[in-house]
Every structure is written in C-alpha cells, then in structure tokens.
Design a protein around this ligand. Structure first.
Ligand code: PBG
Length: 309
C-alpha cells in the first residue's frame, strides 16, 4: 500500500509542467491510481533564470537539471521529469534514467511571418534562434539570412515575432504540441535537411538508483523503442563529447528489432559538416551511436573543433 504521494519534480515552465502532467496521467492509468497519489513539485532551475546570453556560454546542459537532481538527493522529490534533449550524457552518481515516454514528433517547426517556410523567406531576412544546431542548419540552407540570438519561452518568442524583431523562428514541434500551440507553425522541417537534436521530442524520467518501489512503478510506463532510440542518440553525443558548443544533430528510428541512425556535426557557420548513417540491431543501439560518433569525429579531424570546442 502506498502511504504517501509520489512526488514528481519538474521545472516550473509551462512546457515542463505539461510534461509532468503527462507523466502523472500515464502513471495514474498504468496503476489505476487517483490524482492524489501524486504530487507535482515545481522547482526553478538556473537555466530558467538566464535570459540574457546563450546557454552554451553559461555552462550548457545541466543548467536545467542540477536543482532537480539536488532535490532528488535531498529526498524532496522522488522522480524528475525532463526533456531528454536537455539531459547531459553523464548523469550524477546515484541517479539513472529509468523511463522514457513514447516520443512525440522529433521534427523542428518553423514559425514564419514574412513567409511560411525558410526557403521562401526574402533575401537577408532575420531568423531568431538560440540553438547552435538550428543556427548552423539555417545558415547551411540559406547563407544569406541574418541569424540572430532569440531566447525566452515560447510566448516571449512569439511576441518578438509580433514586434518584428525577426521574420521567423524555429522551435521543437513536440514542445509546441504539448503546449497546444501547433496552430502557430507554418512549416515542419524535414528530418534529412534539418535533423533534430539528440533526444528531441522524448520525455525522460530520472530516479534514484536502487529506489526499487519507484523504478517498479516507472517500468510500467517505460516505452522501450523510445528508450532504445535514445540510447543510440545519447551514445553518439557522448562519443563527440557532447559539448554544447558544437552543433550536433542525431536521430535514431526503430522498426521492430532494427534501428537506423543518422548523425551530423556542423561548424557554427554551416559551411562544413560531417554526417554518419548507420543501421543495425536494436540490441546494439548504444554501439551504433558510439561508432557513428567516433566515425564523424575521426573524419572531421581536430581542426574542425578548433575555435569553439
Ligand atoms: N531547450 C529547451 C527545450 N527542451 C526541449 C524542448 C522541446 C520539447 C522536446 O524536445 O521534447 C525545448 C524547446 C524547443 O527546443 O523548442
């Protein structure tokens, strides 16, 4: 018998709260438990407070997870719900990713004002993005565009578009859908020309290693194919050192017991890139990702990373 509510830790942003609610709904359904069996605990993180500079310059990944992990060590929460994309490849001691929810659409979405798609934007138009990967991919597609820094939550970015600060921006389709904002999307970026960040669209749940009652509960909502795809993508990222100052994209697709992976690194200006494609058994997901990362790293050579890594 469960005596006290399971405390679900989350960041306080609207997107994070939507993800925590989805997790709670799945746990309620899987275990036939009422809403009162769970408590959602919102915790503010350093990443949420930095609005004036790129996160890549402020310490990168981990900024969104550190406070939640401390709350987990302190026993203030039992699990932490995250966007897999924001998770460092190396977790702190004693914590593990014990469940992944079924992945949403991993594609990026374009929100255009002067034109519905990047290719139709007028010469020299301004596109806002704070993601190094998206900046590099936009520049690779359209070197003439002016790519500017764009931070803040979705609502802030939409307001900046209204104010004419930029003619377009790119956000994850998954996040927009979870917020019920898919109506603002004017184009969806194809996976081959605009590959997503490793983990994009997948919610993951972190817990304490050895917390058997909690991990048993989470096992019931774990979506194996998403976990396997993520094992591959995260191994690719880890092999490349996962520096958040190198634009990196990677996406694994699962079909039965087969996995196909495509990974890409680019220079921030989008003029140079190296791509690896691999296929194999799902059981070898992590090896496939690691080998692809090693291959890309070897092909790029050390000069590729000079200057920003
Ligand atoms: N770094 C912020 C972040 N982390 C996860 C998502 C989207 C949701 C997801 O990928 O699951 C976003 C916003 C965005 O990129 O538009």
């Amino acid at each position: 018998m469960q005596t006290r509510a399971l405390r679900i830790g989350t960041r306080g942003s609207l997107l994070a709260l939507a993800q925590a609610h989805e997790t709670r709904a799945r746990l309620m359904a899987a275990h036939g438990l009422p809403e009162e069996a769970f408590e959602i605990v919102a915790i503010s993180t350093s990443g949420d407070r930095i609005q004036d500079r790129p996160l890549s310059m402020a310490g990168g990944k981990g900024l969104f997870t550190k406070e939640l992990e401390e709350a987990m060590y302190a026993g203030e929460i039992d699990i932490a719900v995250h966007s897999s994309k924001d998770m460092p490849t190396q977790l702190p001691d004693g914590l593990e990713l014990s469940a992944f929810l079924p992945r949403e659409d991993p594609r990026d979405a374009f929100i255009g004002r002067a034109a519905p798609s990047i290719s139709e934007l007028p010469q020299g138009a301004v596109v806002g993005s704070s993601s190094l990967r998206r900046q590099a991919l936009i520049r690779r597609m359209r070197p003439d565009l002016d790519v500017v820094m764009f931070r803040g939550n979705v609502q802030t970015r939409l307001r900046k578009l209204d104010e004419g600060v930029a003619q377009g921006t790119i956000l994850a389709n998954a996040g927009l859908r979870r917020l019920g904002l898919e109506n603002v999307i004017t184009d969806l970026m194809p996976l081959d020309v605009f590959p997503p960040a490793p983990g994009q669209g997948a919610i993951c749940i972190e817990s304490r290693i050895g917390d058997t009652a909690v991990t048993a509960m989470l096992a019931a909502i774990d979506h194996r194919p998403t976990g396997q795809a993520l094992a591959c993508e995260r191994a690719f990222l880890a092999a490349l050192d996962g520096s958040c100052r190198t634009p990196i994209a990677g996406y694994a697709e699962i079909d039965g017991d087969r996995l196909s992976f495509s990974g890409l690194i680019l220079t921030p200006d989008g003029t140079l890139w190296h791509e690896a494609k691999a296929e194999g058994r799902v059981a070898d997901a992590a090896d496939i990702g690691r080998n692809a990362g090693d291959e890309v790293r070897a092909r790029a050579g050390t000069t590729f990373f000079e200057g920003w890594s």
